[in-house]
Design a protein around this ligand. Structure first.
Ligand SMILES: [Fe+2]
Length: 263
């Protein structure tokens, strides 16, 4: 029950509802942890902060992303059908030239620290996303894991609909019995080769789980925290474009509230 990794796959316990119960109890645990401290995040499943960094840090990050010699410091490229992500994986305490701006992000995240713990070793991604109009796997509606997994995006430049912005489906981070049933169906059909994240069927009984969506189009210098247990996807790009982002994943121990009180 307490594992947050893939140990649930191939367990016969799924047939008696193991995965669905994990979904239910982790939702309760998350709700109890967050409802007073981060009520907007609990209610809406996301928060957006405009004019997030100081002007100095904003310019520092903008220059970093567009400077011609940056390409060599990006250490990973992920081609996914029509989308190429060029990424530098680092830590908050990583590149010296970016330390002031990354520390500004860290300082804000520290205000959430009784909810999720981050450290200066927190992994952080600096991404350039090259979009074409061709779809990629991230365009499918999905959720990241069975329990509240929080992700952070910082956009140093504005994001328009042309640039394949993140979309989140409203209220899908909340508990629902239909979702409870979907967790069951997915758990008994999953294999070691299955996607780690559930894909929402486009047609049929479960397709109505999606509902209305919110596009995260924004002005430069915008910060977003979202619960990616909610259904979400990268929207399809309207034209060839580049999106820049600082991105962090903040997975929580799903059942922490049941075995250790937060301070
Ligand atoms: Fe995702």
């Amino acid at each position: 029950m307490f594992f947050s990794n893939r140990k649930w796959i191939n367990t016969p316990l799924n047939y008696i509802g193991y995965q669905s119960l994990r979904y239910f109890f982790s939702y309760i645990c998350n709700y109890l942890s967050i409802r007073n401290k981060q009520s907007d995040l609990a209610r809406n499943g996301y928060i957006v902060i405009n004019d997030f960094l100081s002007q100095r840090s904003l310019i520092e990050l903008q220059q970093y992303f567009v400077s011609s010699d940056t390409e060599s410091s990006f250490d990973e490229s992920i081609q996914d059908a029509g989308t190429l992500v060029v990424r530098q994986s680092t830590t908050i305490d990583g590149p010296v030239e970016l330390r002031p701006s990354l520390h500004e992000i860290y300082n804000t995240l520290s205000t959430f620290n009784d909810f999720f713990k981050i450290s200066l070793n927190q992994k952080i991604w600096l991404d350039k996303i090259y979009n074409t109009k061709d779809a990629c796997s991230q365009n499918d509606i999905h959720c990241d894991t069975f329990h509240a997994a929080f992700k952070v995006w910082y956009f140093p430049f504005g994001v328009t609909k042309d640039q394949s912005p993140l979309c989140i489906y409203k209220n899908t981070h909340q508990f629902s019995f239909k979702r409870f049933f979907l967790e069951y169906i997915c758990s008994i059909s999953a294999t070691e080769d299955s996607e780690h994240s559930w894909r929402l069927p486009k047609k049929g009984f479960f397709s109505s789980l999606a509902g209305d969506k919110v596009y995260f189009t924004c002005e430069p210098n915008t910060f977003v925290v979202a619960n990616t247990m909610a259904f979400h996807h990268r929207s399809i790009s309207l034209q060839d474009s580049i999106r820049y982002q600082v991105h962090l994943s903040l997975p929580r121990e799903a059942f922490k509230c049941f075995y250790r009180r937060s301070s």
